[in-house]
Design a protein around this ligand. Structure first.
Ligand SMILES: [Zn+2]
Length: 90
């Protein structure tokens, strides 16, 4: 589980996500399945808010060690978009 503070903290992961372009499927708001189209590997990324802080977790090896991986970055990008859409709908 890593805390999402600033975009710079996951900047490298975001860059990698832009290169790899994994597929992100929305399970529900806050839960995403990220697939590496090259290898077919899928991971689950969860985004949550606790005490006003945002956290995210990925089920891959890097994620388990608390590192920001590109799966997490890709899912967080989708999550932010989804959250913005939700707000716009109200
Ligand atoms: Zn990951």
């Amino acid at each position: 589980m890593i805390e999402l503070t600033t975009a710079t903290a996951i900047e490298n992961a975001i860059k990698k996500a832009r290169t790899v372009k994994p597929r992100v499927r929305v399970n529900c708001f806050g839960s995403y399945t990220v697939t590496n189209k090259q290898t077919g590997a899928t991971y689950t990324v969860e985004c949550l808010k606790r005490d006003g802080k945002r956290f995210a977790h990925c089920s891959c090896e890097a994620g388990k060690r608390g590192r920001a991986c590109y799966h997490l970055a890709a899912a967080v990008a989708a999550h932010i978009q989804l959250a913005a859409d939700k707000q716009a709908a109200h």
